[in-house]
Design a protein around this ligand. Structure first.
Ligand code: GDP
Length: 352
């Protein structure tokens, strides 16, 4: 989701050429980048983040100015099922990127995608850049490891490497395994079933009481771009002169890793109600805990299924982007209601 949104932003607002990196798959899913393929400034090349040979080759051959690492095993629930692969991709993968940049292209600016799952236990709210890190899943642990690696490499080798923290972010391109897209696709299907006079098949979900701070992914891409272009120039050097030098320790010390968040928090239950409402259905909740259900008229449209509960869930996430707003002028354009409305509208259109 994030890679193609970032490519869209950079193709539109800069003159950079973009290389999209894909792991080879026999049946690739091209849906999120099909619209980019004909653009002469965009190309796809093959590499695998778990293979340092391929990452070294990538950096050595292309000498990128910027490297955005959106590659991840990013599904929290899956990280209990495949913890070793999750760590290989999310932590070791970052290490391979950092090593490749250190060896072959130390001027390259590296962005590592951090996550609010690194703030699994709220110490204070809203959570900011100084919030203590802790994890409740192999996914969160792998991202904390990545964050330490990025910090270590930045300080050891003066690399422009940052691990900015992204709270939950979604878009019409989100995979269905994540809650908001599962809901928008489910709501579209149920709307069609109801309109067609069928008895709808309910959407099965897990913990509906968890709270998340949800934003729109393209807004975050603008924030990441700002993080990647922080003013580092020494006062006695012109920008062009500076670019020819390695980053100095003083310059690198000025780099900041920011939090991107909406500043508001909503429960999974709120999101589900809002999504149905965006499709013109007001739902009523009945029952408690595993027996809690949502109805449209007499039709059950949401039910709880234990299968979607996690061994441990982060219960409450609420972040603040006050620092990047103040220091770099970032501002979100799409709020929570509009985000849900856009996703539902997109899936309604797709299904009809
Ligand atoms: P996450 O916050 O990065 O794990 O993003 P998700 O979209 O996968 O999950 C958001 C929240 O929704 C978590 O608290 C999940 O436990 C909760 N949730 C409840 N039911 C479901 C479900 O059916 N699928 C997913 N993915 N999450 C669910």
């Amino acid at each position: 989701m994030d890679g193609p949104h970032m490519a869209d932003l950079l193709l539109e607002t800069t003159d950079l050429d973009i290389i999209g990196v894909l792991r080879r798959q026999s049946n690739p899913n091209t849906v999120n980048y099909a619209h980019l393929i004909k653009n002469p400034r965009f190309k796809i090349i093959s590499a695998d983040i778990t293979d340092p040979v391929s990452i070294n080759r990538l950096v050595q051959e292309h000498k990128p100015e910027y490297f955005f690492n959106f590659c991840a095993q990013s599904h929290v629930a899956e990280s209990w099922i495949a913890p070793v692969m999750t760590f290989e991709v999310n932590a070791m993968g970052v290490l391979y990127c950092l090593e490749a940049i250190r060896l072959y292209c130390p001027q390259c600016r590296f962005y590592s995608a951090g996550t609010s799952e690194q703030f699994s236990e709220p110490i204070y709210l809203p959570m900011d850049e100084l919030h203590q890190q802790s994890s409740k899943s192999p996914y969160g642990s792998s991202k904390i490891a990545a964050s330490h690696l990025v910090n270590t490499y930045r300080k050891s080798y003066n690399l422009y490497a940052i691990h900015g923290i992204l709270f939950n972010h979604e878009s019409e391109r989100r995979a269905e395994s994540f809650l908001p897209r599962k809901i928008s696709i489910g709501v579209a299907r149920i709307s069609k079933e109801i309109t067609g006079g069928e008895v709808p098949v309910p959407i099965s979900v897990g913990n509906i009481h968890a709270k998340r701070d949800w934003s729109y992914a393209p807004d975050f891409c603008r924030g990441i771009w700002l993080m990647m272009n922080q003013e580092l120039y020494r006062e006695d050097l012109k920008a062009e002169e500076y670019q020819q030098e390695s980053y100095s320790k003083e310059a690198i010390c000025k780099l900041r890793e920011y939090v991107l968040a909406s500043g508001s928090t909503h429960s999974v239950k709120d999101l589900i109600s809002l999504a149905f409402s965006a499709a013109g259905h007001e739902i009523a909740w009945q029952g408690e805990e595993l027996n809690e259900k949502a109805f449209v008229g007499n039709n059950c449209v949401v039910e709880i299924n234990k299968e979607f509960y996690r061994p441990a869930d982060v219960i409450y996430l609420h972040g603040t982007s006050e620092k990047i707003e103040r220091e770099l002028g970032w501002k979100a354009q799409v709020g929570f209601e509009e985000l849900v409305r856009r996703m539902v509208k997109h899936d309604l259109k797709k299904i009809n």
